[in-house]
Design a protein. Structure first.
Length: 91
């Protein structure tokens, strides 16, 4: 598995989050951009409070979420749970 990429931009395309695993500093806003025809969601799935929870994101639209605490956040697309990603938030 590749190490997380230091970026705050994730593209949703071909049923994937790219890059799937990212790392940001606490307080960073991450933006997901949907480049596919179908809508997707970004939903935190560790049961942590304070994780992303989008409504469906239409084509060419974005969802942004500010990570206010450090930790490892796993997320998925609730419309296709096989689509997953992680955000590692550092101090």
């Amino acid at each position: 598995k590749n190490p997380p990429v230091a970026t705050n931009q994730v593209v949703i395309h071909d049923y994937e989050f790219t890059p799937a695993d990212i790392t940001v500093k606490k307080g960073t806003t991450v933006t997901w951009t949907n480049k596919d025809l179908v809508a997707y969601t970004v939903v935190e799935d560790d049961g942590q409070t304070g994780g992303p929870a989008s409504s469906p994101i239409p084509k060419d639209q974005t969802y942004s979420f500010k990570f206010a605490k450090s930790g490892l956040f796993h997320y998925h697309n609730s419309l296709d749970p096989n689509m997953t990603g992680t955000v590692t938030v550092t101090e």
